[in-house]
Design a protein around this ligand. Structure first.
Ligand SMILES: Nc1ncnc2c1ncn2[C@@H]1O[C@H](COP(=O)(O)OP(=O)(O)OP(=O)(O)O)[C@@H](O)[C@H]1O
Ligand SMILES: [Mg+2]
Length: 337
């Protein structure tokens, strides 16, 4: 509005002034009361009179847009997080036991995505979730980091309700590899450490080495200092995945949460990733979502989700013997392979 009104009206004023001077002045010149030279000088005076005013108007416009931006910034800073931190958090040294007790959860009112979900994971165990698209697997992973609050039931970590644990402490213990990996503008190094000063170059390189990411990083012209663009358009899907493993490992989480991407990865990268995953999971409570059943056969427990409910659970062998949904999925993938 300011832009649309202020500057043009100043401009209009200057044009009007010019019109009056030229109109009145030329009449006077014709009458012979004013010389042509005087008129010319006046025209110049008028334009130099309005120049600074015009400039001022421009500065005013810039000021207005800065104020508008500042308002947006402050409204974000003032945003209250939806998930409230407990007033007196229970101090816990998170060991990695996770328990869901009759959890009901909906993103939107009453449209339950998870219905009466219960399970228990002991520290160091590896649990895998399988199920069709939209079954609620990623939602379960989001709940463990308390990115949403549940409507009914309880989620306990080491026996403490997550509503009573300090949010930062909770999320610090969780290493999350998401379905779509986000790469930040900067360099490879910064994408592993997330620019955390506490993580040394040595630790970055070690993390990358453990998950086999160093082989492709070292091939790049600048190695760990290689610049990458937002979303990582210069990296392949498999490389982005390995980079995100290194990032997760650098933070030494107690609980590992993995959401497998369905992206097609060549068999060579897939074996690199599988190997990297095994190293990543060592000694950590791991919860993963897998689409390729081949990657989860060694999980301690496999939970089959169907439309927000737990349909089957057990080890790979047990589920095959049961002959239910898991067996069907497995046979399907076997045929595909
Ligand atoms: N942020 C959100 N807001 C509202 N609804 C959501 C949100 N995220 C997911 N949903 C809905 O919740 C349901 C479960 O989604 P979820 O992402 O947990 O599925 P999923 O089992 O991980 O599927 P996929 O195998 O495709 O990753 C879906 O019906 C989805 O539409
Ligand atoms: Mg998902």
């Amino acid at each position: 509005m300011t832009f649309a009104i202020f500057r043009p009206s100043i401009y209009m004023l200057s044009v009007f002034a010019m019109v009056i001077v030229i109109g009145q002045g030329s009449a006077s010149v014709l009458e012979g009361t004013v010389s042509l030279g005087t008129l010319f000088v006046f025209i110049n005076y008028i334009s130099s009179f309005f120049e600074p005013i015009q400039e001022l108007a421009e500065q005013f416009g810039t000021l207005q847009s800065s104020l508008a931006s500042a308002e947006k910034i402050f409204s974000i800073l003032d945003e209250e997080p939806e998930i409230a931190n407990p007033e007196n958090p229970v101090p816990v040294e998170i060991k990695g036991k996770i328990e869901f007790r009759h959890v009901w959860f909906a993103y939107e009112k009453d449209d339950y995505i998870l219905k009466d979900v219960s399970f228990c994971i002991e520290p160091g165990e590896k649990i895998a979730f399988v199920g069709a698209t939209g079954a609620g697997k990623s939602s379960i992973l989001n709940l463990i980091g308390r990115y949403y609050d549940i409507q009914r039931g309880e989620i306990l970590i080491d026996g403490v309700n997550i509503r009573e644990i300090d949010k930062d402490a909770l999320r610090h213990a969780i290493g999350q590899v998401q379905q779509d990996v986000f790469i930040f503008t900067g360099d490879v190094k910064g994408n592993i450490s997330l620019n955390n000063e506490d993580i040394t170059q040595e630790e970055i390189e070690r993390a990358a080495h453990i998950v086999n990411a160093d082989s492709f990083i070292n091939k790049m012209p600048k190695g760990f200092d290689e610049p990458v663009t937002e979303r990582g358009s210069t990296l392949s899907a498999g490389q982005r995945q390995l980079l995100s493993f290194a990032r997760t490992l650098a933070y030494q989480p107690t609980i590992l949460v993995l959401d497998e991407a369905t992206a097609n990865i060549d068999t060579e990268t897939e074996s690199l990733i599988t190997e990297a995953l095994e190293k990543l999971m060592e000694g950590r409570t791991t919860i993963m979502v897998a689409h390729r059943l081949s990657t989860i056969q060694h999980a301690d427990k496999i939970i089959v989700m169907h439309k927000g409910e737990i349909r089957e659970s057990g080890s790979h062998q047990e589920l095959l013997q049961l002959g239910g949904m898991y067996k069907k999925l497995y046979d399907l993938q076997l045929v595909e392979a």
